[in-house]
Design a protein around this ligand. Structure first.
Ligand code: UD1
Length: 420
């Protein structure tokens, strides 16, 4: 297994280009199953999750190639049963359910497992598909969905903690080929849902309201092939912005969308981070004195759960107490214990982490537990005096394109090596 060796204490400096969004590209790749014609997706990040989704599409009978950031998929014919071992390994693969049901009228997909950040139910995905008159069964570890002809309907997709991103995606992808009009109330408003809607519209789908809590889909008979460029990864951008601030560096992020980061930038401003935000570029300036801030994660446009861990790392250098409350996933504080190995003072009280900033941090061996927790450990390692070894960075490779190279280009002393 690969590991990152970080010699901390060096301010990041320079320019870094943001890659295409992982969370946009996964459902978009699934959506290519909706047509028998070829699709071309550009600005695809080279991530293990993307290669994995490619394998899933291939296992369903599609041609899939990935070269220089461009994916070509041709799902001339598709099977309706997903491979158990492939699908259960990646949560994002659940979004093949909607497209297969839409195109073929049936699908059998293994139930995705839970993961370290908490239970990950799919009841809302199934509610969405049921509302389109699909029959849904869970048998022997598989979800089976089938419908003679999907029928448009009204469905409320708000759950215990609000909307569901991939549940909205799945319902939207099935509804595009249903008969009649589907109204999704309490839909997820995330930019990745909007990007998926744009791709579906370029395939001939009729969708209004994506980006708002009410999405209206008017079913069409057939979709055709299309080309699409994926939006920039707002979570990757937030991660580099926080890494720059955490090391008191000066970094310009390019090829990004500042408007997708409003909640994060607002919080960074409150924390005393100085920056210039100009459309597709963001310059983090050095010299800001980091202040403790309180934050609660929320669905978009609120502060993203996917940036909670990274903000916690930044709060380690703030003076005072900061309260970080996780409202989306119940066990998403795995990084707190690992940060403690570096000297962090963090107490967990129910859904909140109380961070007493200003502790003296020093490098140590830590273990990544999930994708964003790993990013927090890397940021903390960059802040620490001495050597930090972050183990199990295959989690990072799922969601950050060439992170070690990007960090080195900013002057960080980060080396990838084999875990001993
Ligand atoms: C997506 C993102 C993930 C991000 C999350 C929240 C991808 C590939 N992943 O995950 O990075 O952290 O959005 O922004 O895009 N829930 C239910 N029932 C369901 C579905 C979800 O109760 O059927 C709950 C979840 O347990 C969670 C909340 O709803 O508490 C939000 O989850 P959801 O938006 O569905 O997350 P994902 O789409 O899986």
């Amino acid at each position: 297994m690969d590991t990152f060796i970080i010699q901390g204490g060096v301010p990041l400096n320079g320019e870094v280009a943001i890659s295409g969004a992982k969370n946009a590209v996964l459902p978009i790749l699934a959506a290519t199953l909706l047509t028998s014609e070829p699709c071309v997706i550009r600005r695809v990040p080279d991530l293990s999750d993307v290669h994995f989704m490619g394998k899933i599409l291939q296992s369903l009978g599609a041609d899939f190639t990935f070269e220089d950031g461009t994916v070509k998929v041709h799902a001339k014919r598709v099977k309706t049963r997903g491979d158990y071992d492939l699908i259960r390994k990646m949560r994002g693969s659940i979004c093949i359910l909607g497209p297969l049901l839409g195109r073929k009228g049936k699908a059998t997909v293994s139930m995705p497992g839970g993961c370290v950040i908490g239970t990950r139910p799919i009841d809302l995905h199934l509610k969405g598909l049921r509302s389109l008159s699909a029959e849904v069964k869970v048998r022997e570890g598989y979800v089976q969905v089938a419908a003679k002809r999907l029928q448009g309907n009204e469905v409320f997709l708000g759950g215990r903690v609000g909307p569901t991103v991939l549940g909205t995606a799945n319902t939207m992808m099935a509804a595009v080929l249903a008969e009649g009009v589907t109204v999704i109330e309490s839909a997820a408003c995330e930019p990745e849902v909007v990007d998926l809607a744009h791709f579906l519209i370029s395939m001939g789908a009729k969708i209004q309201g994506a980006g708002s809590p009410r999405i209206v889909v008017t079913g069409v008979e057939k979709l055709h092939g299309a080309e699409h460029e994926v939006i920039p990864d707002r979570i990757e951008a937030a991660t580099y912005a926080i890494a720059a601030a955490a090391t008191n560096g000066e970094v310009t992020l390019t090829n990004m969308r500042c408007d997708h980061l409003a909640a994060v930038l607002d919080k960074l401003k409150e924390a005393g981070v100085r920056f210039e935000a100009r459309g597709s570029s963001l310059k983090i300036l050095s010299g800001g004195e980091i202040q403790a801030v309180d934050v609660s994660t929320q669905p978009y446009t609120g502060f993203p759960t996917d940036v909670q861990a990274q903000l916690m790392a930044l709060m380690l250098k703030a003076s005072g107490l900061s309260i970080i409350t996780e409202r989306i996933f119940e066990s998403r504080f795995m990084h707190a214990n690992e940060l403690a190995r570096l000297g962090a003072d963090i107490a967990i009280e129910g859904p909140s982490a109380i961070v007493r900033g200003g502790a003296d941090l020093s490098g140590a061996e830590v273990m990544a537990s999930d994708l964003r927790a790993s990013a927090a450990l890397v940021i903390a390692g960059l802040m620490c005096k001495g050597r930090t070894q972050v183990n199990r960075i295959y989690h990072l490779d799922r969601g950050y394109e060439v992170m070690d190279k990007k960090l080195r280009s900013l002057g960080a002393r980060v080396k990838r090596s084999k875990e001993k």
